[in-house]
Ligand binder design. Structure first.
Ligand code: NAP
Length: 346
């Protein structure tokens, strides 16, 4: 029997990406898609790419209707999922939040960065951080998954082998990251207008971005010591894609380590991480539409300096694709179902 799936916030960019992936999933049926603004309109009237794939209209979000689903995705702004999740879990419905409500374990840190009081602090400890390459077995058992942020996915996967093996100076990590405009969502904002974001390139939130504490939390947990990396995001004049350039200094003892072998071995059994041959330059367009984090390791000049290049599609491995990967694990299905398309190139 197909599992019933609900999507709250299905008119947004991650919501429509969930729809695109799930309509070809053989084991699930999308039964409830919500929008407050477009309740009553057919989904394929807004998203013609789904014509012939989905015979549904948007409905206003209702905990009662969502509780009839086996699993619900929240593709909503921060602060929405935390208000309904307890009700859904009590009804036996599993939840994946694509926003940040359950990502940060320290409630005070979350409230400081997200500027609101947490509505379900008791659920934060239970929530599993949905990075399968780190937490696969916990995700399989989870009722509630906090899907990682897009930048944190690219940065964490790029640094994980170095941090897990204690090979780098933990004070010197620099994550220099760039994202396409769809990372900001589908809402109308001046900075995302074509005439503002097109033919332009700039850094933003250098003084502090919400993804910094998320990256710091994961890497600190892995290293078992507090890590506070430099994280600088930039806005690229393209629609999809994240490129993370990660800089670190190897410890003296690790200066001769074979990093190519380390990364290849670490990710050998990971279906959605691709370690390229040494010296490669991964391109964002190679992962467009694909649930893949593609990376390459460089050791320029000084033998102790390491540079990792890591690319993802922010809407796929950075959001909806990773969420479907987590759904497959939570429902006891094969992890790769509906996620095996290669990137759309050119
Ligand atoms: N875009 C990315 O690349 C990306 C990557 C990783 C994670 N995320 C996270 O994923 C979440 C969704 O991002 P997005 O880019 O898809 O956002 P978006 O394009 O702005 O869409 C937001 C959706 O949420 C709905 N919504 C807004 N307020 C709501 C409320 N109070 N209750 C119920 N529904 C509400 C909106 O529809 P109505 O207003 O009609 O209800 C809309 O469908 C965000 O938390 C974002 O940080 C985004």
């Amino acid at each position: 029997m197909k599992r019933k799936i609900g999507i709250v916030g299905a008119t947004g960019y991650t919501g429509v990406e969930l729809l695109r992936l799930l309509v070809s999933h053989p084991d699930v049926e999308i039964t409830c898609v919500t929008s407050r603004e477009h309740a009553g309109s057919r989904v394929d009237a807004m998203f013609p790419n789904l014509r012939g794939y989905l015979d549904l209209a948007f409905t206003a979000p209702s905990d009662e209707a969502l509780s009839a689903c086996d699993l619900v995705f929240f593709a909503t702004p921060n602060g929405v999922a935390m208000k309904s999740t307890q009700t859904l879990l009590d009804a036996g419905t599993k939840v994946i939040d694509l926003a940040a409500d359950f990502r940060i374990k320290d409630i005070a840190i979350w409230e400081k960065w997200y500027g609101m009081q947490h509505a379900s602090p008791n659920l934060v400890e239970e929530a599993v951080y949905g990075l399968p390459e780190l937490n696969r077995e916990h995700i399989r058992q989870a009722r509630l998954v906090a899907n990682p942020g897009c930048y944190p996915t690219a940065v964490t996967l790029g640094l994980l082998p170095l941090v897990e093996n204690g090979l780098i100076d933990l004070e010197g990590i620099i994550a220099d990251t760039k994202s396409g405009v769809s990372g900001a969502g589908r809402k109308a904002e001046v900075h995302a207008l074509l005439a503002e974001a097109g033919d332009n390139f700039k850094a933003y939130a250098v003084a502090g971005h919400r993804h910094q504490p998320e990256i710091a939390q994961t890497l600190s947990t892995v290293a078992q010591i507090s890590i506070d990396p430099v994280f600088v995001p930039h806005l690229l004049p393209m629609i999809r894609g994240i490129h993370a350039t990660l800089y670190a200094m190897l410890s003296v003892e690790a200066a001769q380590a074979d990093l190519q072998q380390l990364y290849t071995t670490r990710y050998a059994n990971e279906p959605f991480v691709d370690v390229m041959p040494a010296g490669s330059h991964p391109e964002t367009r190679s992962v467009r539409g694909a649930n893949v984090c593609r990376m390459a390791i460089h050791r320029p000049g000084n033998a102790r300096r390491v540079v990792v290049l890591s690319v993802i599609d922010n809407l796929v491995k950075g959001a909806a694709g990773q969420a479907v990967q987590n759904m497959n694990l939570m429902l006891g299905l094969s992890e790769h179902i509906a996620l095996q398309q290669p990137g759309l190139l050119p």
